[in-house]
Design a protein around this ligand. Structure first.
Ligand code: PLP
Length: 376
């Protein structure tokens, strides 16, 4: 088989070589970043420079950045910080947001996958209890970019706090923490070319915060535990590379749009979800009606091509995508949806391979294609 094709960058993207080099260098060094001797100070310098880089990626002050073990911990920490509040989550949030708060209220999205601002305003007005509103910057399944500044405007009017999960957006679109105006912004290194198991929460000055982990005074008492210095070094370098390559990421839209046009020509019933809204340039969520996503996924895997389904697999069962359900997509059609996500290593040749393999599956397995060929 020719080289494997990786089109699952929203699950995790390959590490950037510069990040691997920075991690190797840090792994060879000794010292605890809390020690006052020279070894410790050299470790501290690595942590500080990672903090500067992650702050620069989001336009935040370095002191606002608290490192965590990833996006999941960062989201959990924000929800814990506001735990005496009523929690309102958009219907398309990642599980690390929507399944964390007890009794979270859900606010809907439109058919194009954008949070419904009028509905959010009504939800906020339905109680005078102080709230935390959770709306992500870009959705992991559809890539749809959310109107977070408008969400903040509504939230402020209701004296609510805002958590914005920017895990998928960071490194794909420009982020200006101050302009967004959110209280908590969360990030994950492995979505932008850094290592897995490393992330951050960016805090607005004065936003309430309670550490999830208590113990030593690391992260200014906001997250105890000896720092994962090598991981942070990789995160910092990946964040810098990602900031420098935002234009290249944006240019993936050309490749993605050509791919979607070609597939629509080959299979007129093909559906793209979220295409009517602003989307991340790298993400396409598309359905081949009549062919189960798991069948497509396995056939593509056999052809050496990695994508993911719009459904999440847990304990051996495939759950339908809560994102597509929230957009009002019929369950049968949602069960035929794949997520194709491009990234910094994607080439024209990768997309051509995917289109060829997808068309092959379509012609072999799609009821519509088989009917058309029988009629011909
Ligand atoms: N938030 C979003 C939108 C994600 O896509 C993910 C990962 O898939 C997470 C949070 C969790 O991040 P991590 O894998 O670093 O825990």
């Amino acid at each position: 088989m020719s080289q494997r094709v990786y089109l699952d960058h929203n699950a995790t993207t390959p590490m950037r070589p510069q990040a691997i080099a920075a991690m190797e260098e840090a792994l060879r060094a000794v010292g605890n970043a809390s020690s006052v001797h020279g070894f410790g100070r050299a470790m501290r310098a690595r942590v500080d420079s990672a903090r500067e880089a992650v702050a620069a990626l989001t336009g935040a002050r370095a002191a606002a950045v608290v490192f965590t073990s990833g996006g999941t911990e960062a989201n959990n920490a924000a929800i814990r910080a506001a735990r005496r509040r009523r929690v309102i989550v958009s219907a398309i949030e990642h599980d690390s947001v929507r399944l964390v708060a007890d009794q979270a209220e859900t606010t809907p999205v439109t058919a194009s996958g954008v949070v419904d601002l009028a509905a959010l305003e009504r939800t906020l007005a339905s109680s005078s209890e102080p709230a935390l509103v959770c709306v992500m910057l870009a959705n992991n399944e559809t890539g749809v970019v959310q109107p977070v500044a408008d969400v903040v405007r509504l939230a402020r009017a209701a004296k609510a706090l805002v958590l914005c999960d920017a895990v998928q957006a960071a490194g794909k679109i420009d982020i200006d923490f101050a302009a967004l105006g959110v209280d908590y912004l969360t990030l994950s290194a492995h979505k932008l070319g850094g290592p897995q198991g490393v992330g951050a929460i960016v805090l607005r000055d004065g936003a309430p915060f309670e550490p999830l982990l208590r113990g030593g005074g690391q992260e200014r008492g906001r997250r105890a535990g000896t720092e994962n210095v090598a991981g942070l070094a990789g995160f910092g370098v990946a964040a810098t590379r990602a900031s420098l390559e935002l234009a290249q990421m944006a240019s993936l839209a050309g490749l993605r749009d050509d791919m979607e046009r070609t597939l629509a020509r080959l299979a007129p019933g093909m559906r793209v979800f979220g295409a009517a809204a602003p989307r991340l340039a790298n993400t396409s969520c598309l359905a081949m009606p009549g062919v189960a996503a798991t069948t497509q996924l396995m056939a593509l895997d056999l052809a050496g091509i990695a994508v993911s389904t719009g459904s999440a697999c847990s304990s051996g069962t495939v759950r339908p995508s809560h994102v597509l359900a929230a957009m009002g997509v019929d369950a049968d059609l949602a069960g035929c949806a794949l997520r194709v996500s491009l990234g910094w290593t994607t080439t024209d040749g990768n997309i051509a391979r995917f289109v060829g393999a997808w068309n092959d599956i379509y012609r072999r397995l799609s009821p519509a294609a088989r009917l058309a060929s029988a009629a011909a």
